[in-house]
Design a protein around this ligand. Structure first.
Ligand code: 5AD
Ligand code: FES
Length: 345
């Protein structure tokens, strides 16, 4: 059996074989084809849309890679509850069944303020999923958000290697806390997503293998990866882009290791390659995350340079994505798109 066939059958390979697989393009064709078969066997041709609402670009953290880090000069904004609900209304009219509230770690949004917004969305859209992507909080806060109606949470671990983590983040942030947050979220009952950047500064193949091993221990429902893209004004502004090719290879590896995962073809992938998201879908991804933020704020949510979809109205993004998804041979699903977990017999 080839590496790829074994990865499919076992959902795993020893470190050394993963290393070989990740460091050559020799298997790419077989990898993408096999990953697409596995994706189709679980999710068919369905692609799930998640409307992304970037509701604040204030952040108390200072991650070295991120364009909205505290120390970066950036025009800051926060959406009001009314504005967030307007985004949801637009998204619902476009057929979206998931709203992703994404923001920096902004202390203005206390538990009370956020719970109020979440509860309002929940009462208006009982048939929709509410996903939070708001960083690290206490277990108690996560519980309150869940009780208010949020049911999914995205928190990329960024890198599962302690040393690499300390190269990407100031010393006040810790990998152990981040991992603890992910396990807390799972325990509470959220569908949990994690992930990392591909080609972040100083990342090695060994680091990526640690990421895969960490994800095996977490069993995430969603896995988001995208290429690193330098952000102006940050300590890493002069580092090169991550590789599109390696990102696609990893999407396929993830699909084979985690057949049931919801895996987005990310905006970062679309930023580095004009057909990045289509290629992501063909490599095994089954989610796209159209932007629902008000157009006047989109340019300000600049976590990296040249981010796409900052000039389009939400409806234009929907049309554009529909074309892209269909041209890749898939179809938009109108279901809420919950994870299909394996039922253990
Ligand atoms: N390039 C690519 N992705 C980035 N992120 C943050 N900064 C960058 C960058 N410069 C990713 C992080 C974060 C997610 C919201 O965006 O992985 O978790
Ligand atoms: Fe936003 Fe194409 S997806 S313009």
């Amino acid at each position: 059996m080839s590496f790829v066939e074994r990865l499919r059958a076992e959902r795993d390979l020893p470190d050394e074989e993963l290393k070989t697989l990740l460091e050559t393009d020799r298997f790419d064709e077989e990898l993408h084809k096999t990953a697409d078969e596995v994706r189709q066997s679980v999710y068919g041709k369905a692609v799930y849309l998640r409307g992304l609402i970037e509701f604040t670009n204030y952040c108390k953290n200072d991650c070295y890679y991120c364009g909205i880090r505290k120390s970066n000069k950036a025009e800051r904004y926060r959406l009001t509850k009314r504005q967030i609900l307007d985004c949801c209304a637009q998204g619902y009219a476009l057929g979206y069944k998931t709203f992703v509230l994404q923001g920096g770690e902004d202390p203005f949004f206390t538990d009370d303020v956020l719970c109020d917004v979440i509860a309002a969305i929940r009462s208006l859209y009982s048939d929709c999923a509410i996903t939070l992507s708001i960083g690290e909080r206490s277990e108690e806060s996560y519980r309150l958000f869940f009780e208010s109606g949020a049911n999914r949470f995205l928190l990329r671990h960024e890198t599962a290697d302690e040393n690499h983590y300390s190269v990407l983040h100031p010393a006040v942030m810790s990998l152990s806390n981040r991992k603890q947050c992910l396990f807390n979220l799972k325990e509470i009952g959220y569908q949990v997503g994690t992930g990392f950047m591909v080609g972040s500064p100083y990342q090695t193949t060994r680091n990526i293998i640690s990421d895969l091993r960490f994800m095996q221990s977490l069993s995430p429902d969603m896995i988001g990866i995208g290429p690193f893209i330098p952000a102006k004004g940050t300590p890493f502004e002069s580092f090169p882009n991550g590789s599109v090719e390696l990102t696609l290879r990893l999407i396929s590896v993830l699909r084979l290791m985690f057949p049931h995962a919801l895996i987005p073809a990310t905006t970062a992938l679309g930023t580095l390659h004009p057909q990045g998201r289509e290629l992501g879908l063909k490599a095994g991804a089954n989610v796209v995350m159209p932007n629902l933020s008000p157009v006047e704020y989109r340019g300000k949510y600049s976590i990296y340079n040249n981010k796409i979809c900052t000039g389009e109205e939400s409806a234009q993004c929907k049309d554009c994505l529909k074309r892209r998804i269909e041209s890749a041979g898939y179809e938009i699903s109108d279901s809420v798109g919950n994870v299909k977990r394996e039922t253990v017999k």
